[in-house]
Design a protein around this ligand. Structure first.
Ligand code: EPS
Length: 355
């Protein structure tokens, strides 16, 4: 059964939705663990005042009974509390009554670096808001909830995934300075996965390569401009004799420059993925833009936003890596019930004599 995820939701719409199909039955989920991940995503230095409005919690509408999956589609919702302030502006149906609250006036000045310009051109929107609402990183909340479910599945076969920022001295000072300058900053995050057996993913088909899936999943997160696996870009400057991880008599490696991935497959070592986040494009000191209605030069849209969301990215990328590992683990070990999935994993480890 292929593990799949579909999500929907606008930043200031009523809520964020995810439907997960292909989960085995009998997987125990912990609501507190999912909500703890949602909280982690909201924290971090430099976040928008929006995070004081939202208190993200997961709600389950289908696929779970008494904390155990049923093997049926799992439907998750995270409500947008801020929608109360945008009820007219983001009403799914034609709004009734006079315009009130936020989002009532069309946005016509696209922000460089955001979805705004290409989004309105592509979809034929007159109001930039029709593009920016879905492009916003707000919907990463429900992807974090899905990643939390993936982590629960991976835990049954001993895989753990964790993410953090790559230590940068004075990160808080950098954020404070940027805020004072009405500017934004980016940063780098690193995700590690332990307990991954050799042979998740495959070289047999390009779209099933685990390195490609991980890179696509992490690159697909808002504001990510670079992804590397293991020593990534630095490997390009080394000789082959320095770049590869020699194989010991126990088939393990004493170095891990490959970041746990060779030829599109996990090789049994820790998986290491890093992502570079660009500085966020909503600036309080706006860049040059053009008014899409008048054609006159102007300054880009200014609206409440984060100065930095690097710590949030670490949680979102952790969820993305967990999700892709879970997809590859489901491809490899299958099973309609979680016990079948776990048994297939154990049988595989026994066959390859891997501990
Ligand atoms: C975002 C813009 C800001 C962020 C938002 C992502 O939205 P707002 O203008 O409502 O403050 O706060 O992130 C979240 C709401 C979140 O929960 O992560 C953007 O343009 O990507």
């Amino acid at each position: 059964m292929t593990l799949r995820l579909a999500s929907a939701g606008e930043s200031h719409g009523p809520g964020l939705v995810a439907i997960l199909t292909g989960l085995p039955a009998g997987l125990t989920l912990d609501r507190d663990a999912i909500d703890a991940d949602l909280r982690r995503r909201q924290e971090g230095y430099g976040r928008s005042p929006r995070q004081r409005i939202e208190q993200d919690r997961v709600e389950v509408l289908a696929g779970l009974r008494h904390g155990r999956t049923l093997g049926t589609p799992l439907a998750l919702v995270v409500w947008n509390r801020d929608h109360d302030n945008w009820k007219w502006g983001m009403s799914p149906w034609p709004p009734e009554g006079d315009p009130v609250g936020k989002g009532t006036k069309p946005v016509t000045l696209p922000r460089p670096g955001h979805a705004d310009l290409a989004g309105v051109l592509k979809y034929g929107h007159a109001d930039v808001r029709d593009a920016l609402e879905r492009a916003s990183a707000r919907h990463t909340a429900v992807h974090v909830a899905a990643g939390s479910v993936a982590k629960a599945l991976l835990a049954t076969i001993g895989i753990a995934v964790s993410g953090g920022t790559v230590d940068e001295p004075g990160l808080q000072a950098r954020i404070d300075e940027a805020r004072a300058d009405r500017d934004t900053v980016g940063g780098i995050v690193e995700i590690r996965a332990t307990g991954v057996p050799p042979g998740l993913g495959t070289y047999a088909a390009k779209e099933d390569r685990l390195d490609g899936r991980l890179a696509a999943a992490v690159m697909g997160i808002q504001a990510v401009k670079g992804v590397e696996i293991g020593d990534g870009f630095a490997l390009a400057r080394l000789r082959g004799s320095q770049a590869h991880d020699e194989i010991g008599p126990d088939r393990r490696r004493s170095t891990n420059r490959a970041g746990g991935l060779e030829a599109g497959m996990s090789n049994g070592e820790e998986i290491v993925v890093r992502a570079a986040m660009k500085p966020l494009p909503t600036l309080m000191k706006p860049l040059a833009s053009v008014d899409l209605v008048t054609g006159e030069p102007g300054e880009a849209l200014v609206e409440r936003s984060d100065v930095a969301a690097v710590e949030a990215l670490a949680v979102v990328a952790e969820a993305a890596v967990a999700w892709e590992l879970a997809v590859s683990a489901r491809d490899k070990f299958g099973g309609d019930a979680t016990v079948d999935f776990v048994a297939a994993h154990q049988a595989y480890l026994a066959r390859i004599a891997w501990r």
